[in-house]
Design a protein around this ligand. Structure first.
Ligand code: SF4
Length: 84
């Protein structure tokens, strides 16, 4: 099992919980949360909401439990993901 894609819907309240749960993937900025450039094939750092690009290589498998923990721990449920 692996998470193939992860993105942030609108409505983040900048609580930092996701970065605490999985700092390799999530980075909380002053006004939102982004998916880190290091784990994306396009090297961009944004919520990945528009493009919903897949995670790079083995990231989604290696960090599956942490990504799901972050999504389940988001108080406003804006972290969405797909997995296989
Ligand atoms: S856990 Fe949810 S609300 Fe909190 S910073 Fe992350 S995306 Fe935003």
């Amino acid at each position: 099992m692996a998470v193939t894609k992860v993105w942030i819907e609108e409505g983040c309240i900048v609580c930092n919980a996701c970065e605490t749960a999985c700092p390799e993937v999530f980075h909380v900025t002053e006004d939102s949360c982004v998916i880190r450039a290091e784990v994306r094939p396009d090297g961009a750092s944004d919520p990945n909401l528009a493009s919903k690009l897949p995670l790079t290589a083995s990231v989604g498998a290696d960090l599956e439990s942490q990504i799901i923990e972050a999504a389940e721990g988001c108080p406003v449920e804006v972290i969405k993901f797909e997995k296989v």
